[in-house]
Design a protein around this ligand. Structure first.
Ligand SMILES: *Cc1c(COP(=O)(O)O)cnc(C)c1O
Length: 455
């Protein structure tokens, strides 16, 4: 009988992160200064990040050892379980075997503590007193609040205003861990005040909140550093514990995935799950198809342009080459499924551009339908973000049924949805609708791209 759960014990916790910089089929593009548009110096980045993380960002070492204090905290919930979705397979009547790695068992319910703990550790080691960050619905903020508390760092969180008011529970989790949470745009920063002057009722956005958190760190004379929950290379690398464990678990199950799937907002859970499998594609002759899934209403990889753009709305963050909807992008109000960032991690963008990774956009209703179907079969209520991966896993399993192929499909269930019940309520009440972000708006936003001479 195949088992539902494929478990590792603590002794099998990974000892090192996998750094895809060592194996990227295309050379990484430079990171540019938002003002001069010339490649940034470590000095510029060191205002925001400790040197250890800057060095990880540019390292080409394939394996980077995980410090023991970080592994010690990982052991609170890692290794995470992998499941064979036997009941979903049966419900779909598919010959495909479906596996999912479950990151919702972390203390805050998502993959995000994998990097939050590492970033808090390196900042503490470097003598940082406090961190600043942004958060949308609060998944990243609550992960970093937990980690900062464990390492004795203060934390200021700039939380998108509409979420601050509509989604109080993760804010309370952050406050419980001792973090200060502000509804962004705030009057604490020059940028926040300028946004409020133009529009006192601004609901805020992730891009605005990033700009505020960056400004506070950059003007703190060194006491405060900034922390980002996705997109940057070191963040993606910290997440590779997910895929490294998954490789061991697939081996225990005696199978190897034909298809690997994860949702992509900034790219961190996608990279964390899929890069160790891509390593096998690059170096061990495996031919796994790797699919990044995004919402049709925030279609960064499938409709965005692959070009240099700012990381934030205020054009204060570094410029990187990535798929982008334009840094002026505002997600449609009707969109309930997360994954709202205008850009994408540069390495994920490069791999999509080079053809190593497929990108797929899915509609909102089909995504929630898949989440409900999955929960009825497997009992776990996915985060709306993770539901995008569930949708494509089900689609691929149905395709295998049509063709009669016994495909092995593995996807990352990046978190549970227990704090996102209002999105599920809207779905069940028929208040959600499909929405496709118009290509014309992407074209318009391209007028605001930074004028970069290289590329
Ligand atoms: C934040 C989050 C995401 C999206 O971020 P990535 O960096 O693209 O992984 C996906 N799933 C969950 C559960 C999240 O909390």
């Amino acid at each position: 009988m195949p088992q539902h759960k494929i478990l590792l014990d603590e002794s099998q916790l990974p000892q090192a992160w996998y750094n895809i910089n060592a194996d990227l089929p295309v050379p990484p593009q430079p990171v540019l200064h938002p003002g001069t548009k010339e490649p940034v110096t470590p000095d510029f980045l060191s205002v925001l990040f400790p040197m250890s993380l800057i060095l990880q960002e540019v390292s080409t070492d394939r394996w980077i050892e995980i410090p023991e204090p970080v592994r010690d905290i990982y052991r609170l919930w890692r290794p995470t379980p992998m499941y064979r979705a036997l009941r979903l397979e049966k419900a779909l009547d598919t010959p495909a075997h479906i596996y999912y790695k479950y990151e919702g068992v972390s203390p805050v319910g998502s993959h995000k503590p994998n990097t939050a703990v590492a970033q808090a550790f390196y900042n503490k080691e470097a003598g940082t007193r406090a961190l600043t960050t942004e958060t949308g619905a609060g998944q990243w903020g609550s992960a970093l609040a937990m980690a900062c508390n464990m390492f004795g760092l203060d934390l200021e969180v700039y939380m998108v205003k509409v979420s601050y008011h509509q989604k109080p529970y993760r804010r309370i989790i952050m406050e419980n861990f001792g973090a200060q949470v502000f509804a962004s745009p705030t009057d604490r920063t020059n940028y926040g005040r300028s946004v409020l002057a133009e529009n006192p009722d601004s609901p805020g956005s992730l891009g605005i909140a990033i700009s505020e958190a960056v400004e506070v760190a950059a003007t703190s004379n060194g006491g405060k550093k900034y922390s980002l929950g996705s997109v940057l290379g070191h963040v993606l690398m910290h997440q590779t514990v997910i895929g490294i464990e998954s490789l061991q678990q697939m081996e225990l199950a005696g199978e190897y995935p034909d298809i690997v799937i994860a949702c992509a907002g900034g790219g961190s859970n996608f990279a964390g799950f899929s890069y160790p499998f891509l390593h096998q594609n690059f170096t061990a002759g495996k031919k796994t198809r790797v699919i990044a899934v995004e919402p049709a209403s925030c279609p960064t990889l499938t409709k965005g342009r692959y070009t240099f753009d700012y990381g934030d709305t205020a054009a204060m963050a570094p410029i990187v080459k990535m798929h982008t909807l334009g840094h002026t992008f505002v997600p449609p109000g009707i969109h309930a499924g997360g994954l709202r960032y205008h850009g994408m991690a540069p390495s994920v963008s490069a791999l999509v551009d080079h053809g190593d990774v497929e990108a797929r956009a899915v509609q909102q209703l089909a995504t929630f339908e898949a989440a409900v179907q999955f929960s009825k079969a497997e009992g776990i209520l996915p985060a709306p973000e993770s539901a995008h991966a569930v949708r494509v896993a089900i689609d691929e399993a149905l395709r295998a049924k049509e063709s009669g192929e016994k495909k092995v499909i593995a996807f990352n269930l990046s978190g549970h949805g227990h704090f996102d019940m209002s999105a599920y309520e809207q779905f069940h009440q028929g208040k959600l609708q499909d929405h496709e972000y118009p290509t014309a708006l992407v074209e318009e936003a391209m007028a605001h791209l930074p004028q970069v001479t290289m590329s």
